[in-house]
Write a protein that binds this ligand. Structure first.
Ligand code: HEM
Length: 142
């Protein structure tokens, strides 16, 4: 039932087996802890005790997409280098988070950001236009 063989991927990230988020979600304990960072799957089981930030935070993120937490901490480039040691594969494209989204209208949240980026300036321009008209007509009558 193992969906992907473990590969000592080293620095050839990008060529590993593909996992779904569902498969990753099963590995959320100290016995087996996987997490997703930037669309890549990492097996951090043997790193739990070594993590300078403690094993709790890793266990909290285990089985999930930890990209945001990982980035929020502002990990050093050394930490990013270390990631390679734990790389085991890629996350399935369907389960990928939209990062720097190429297709913002695909998701509902993308849609809402589409509307807010367009509606707010258009509405602002409209209000300004009306204020300008009001101001001009006011100037003419008085
Ligand atoms: C495989 C993934 C990870 C690796 C290789 C890693 C590696 C490291 C390393 C090397 C440090 C020492 C500071 C640095 O060099 O930046 C560190 C600190 C830390 N990490 Fe991670 N980390 C990983 C995932 C995470 C995740 C998912 C979290 C979630 C919150 C996290 C939270 C922290 C915290 C809170 C610190 C302590 C920061 C501090 O004391 O200034 N790490 N990590």
């Amino acid at each position: 039932m193992e969906a992907g063989r473990r590969t000592e991927a080293g620095d050839c990230a990008g060529a590993g087996p593909v996992f779904t988020l569902e498969e990753v979600a099963k590995r959320n304990s100290s016995r087996e802890a996987w997490l997703v960072i930037h669309g890549r799957v990492y097996d951090v089981t043997r790193f739990l005790e070594e993590h300078p930030g403690g094993e709790e935070v890793l266990l909290e993120q285990a089985g999930r997409d930890a990209t945001e937490s990982f980035e929020d901490v502002g990990h050093s480039s050394d930490a990013r280098e270390m990631l390679k040691q734990y790389y085991i594969g890629e996350i399935h494209p369907h389960d990928r988070k939209k990062e720097g989204s190429k297709n913002p209208s695909m998701t509902s949240s993308g849609q809402s950001s589409f509307w807010s980026t367009w509606l707010i300036p258009v509405f602002g321009a409209l209000v300004l236009g009306l204020m300008y008209r009001y101001y001009m007509s006011d100037g003419r009558t008085s």
